[in-house]
Design a protein around this ligand. Structure first.
Ligand code: ATP
Ligand code: MG
Length: 290
């Protein structure tokens, strides 16, 4: 079944054509990378798929077979569909002053009564499930800490645990690793890949660091100026295409070939692991073998 079906999606903000005629179909259980230079429309596309934004006339978005929006109007099942999609962003995913477990429990708010949610009344079983979800992403020990005390990578993993609690079927991750160091970035990507594999969760992840698309996703969709300019196997993306894709911004582009492929095994990663096997040249932002 098609999890995400986008047809002829266009969006204009004033004079800016942010998306034009996007066609995209993602099957249930796929993990797809979304790449493109800054301003190419990655976040805008994600927001439409999440049902947070409406496209212009002629646009159609179907989620799990149901119409989520058509011609700029939300479908009747809109609210239910939103609950089936988990969304995580680059940052600000958690309420900083609340304990991590409460942040994770927020995932079930769509499924329990309003008053229980409002007063933060969660059952023992729900709390146990939240800690289990944190265990699933490798950080059960931080459950009772305030979210503000977590590292960036831990915060992203807690946000993923929240979508597990939500029991979402589709996970949209908009640059979830953009502000993380390489070791934390890998751990977050490992968790996404693991959830995709074991839960069959459909994952669409936008990435600035293109090398992760190659390592973690079989398929990559590339945007330029609001249009899909590539949709195919990640390992067929050539350096010259990527350099052209990122244009003037290509000095910040990290080419895929230079990242050693690592096994997808669970990782008790250490600090040393952060720079294992490669060297990051801060000036040129390219990876070179160590
Ligand atoms: N609410 C808005 N109002 C006006 N313009 C917008 C709005 N949202 C996005 N845009 C414009 O649409 C274009 C696409 O933006 P978008 O944020 O989707 O790019 P992006 O690929 O996510 O970039 P980045 O890599 O920097 O996150 C940009 O030119 C942006 O300025
Ligand atoms: Mg963006």
């Amino acid at each position: 079944m098609t999890a995400i079906a986008v047809e002829n999606l266009s969006k204009r903000f004033g004079r800016k054509q942010a998306l034009s005629g996007i066609d995209l179909a993602i099957a249930k259980g796929e993990m797809v990378a979304l790449i493109g230079a800054s301003g190419s429309g990655k976040s805008t596309l994600m927001r439409h798929i999440a049902g947070l934004e409406r496209g212009d006339g002629g646009s159609l978005v179907r989620i799990l077979g149901d119409i989520q929006q058509k011609d700029g109007r939300y479908g009747a099942d809109m609210r239910a569909l939103r609950g089936r999609i988990g969304v995580i962003f680059q940052q600000f995913n958690l309420v900083a002053r609340l304990p991590v477990i409460t942040n994770v429990l927020v995932g079930i708010l769509g499924r329990i009564s309003a008053w229980r949610g409002t007063f933060g009344v969660f059952s023992k079983a729900e709390k146990r499930a939240a800690i289990e979800a944190l265990g699933r992403v490798g950080i059960p020990e931080v459950a009772w800490q305030r979210a503000s005390t977590l590292s960036g990578g831990q915060q992203q993993r807690a946000a993923i645990a929240r979508t597990l609690m939500q029991r979402s079927e589709i996970l949209l991750a908009d640059e979830p690793i953009a502000s993380l160091d390489p070791a934390s970035a890998r751990r977050v990507m490992d968790v996404l890949a693991d959830i995709n594999r074991t839960e069959g969760m459909t994952v669409l992840v936008s990435l600035h660091q293109v090398e992760y698309a190659r390592v973690y996703c079989d398929r990559t969709v590339a945007l330029r100026d609001g249009k899909v300019v590539y949709d195919g196997p990640s390992d067929a993306l050539s350096d010259s295409f990527l350099t052209e894709l990122y244009g003037a911004a290509s000095e910040e582009l990290v080419l895929p070939q230079k990242l050693p492929v690592r096994p997808a095994a669970a990782d008790p990663a250490t600090k040393a692991d952060a720079h294992a096997g490669r060297h990051v040249d801060e000036k040129t932002k390219t990876f070179e073998p160590a």
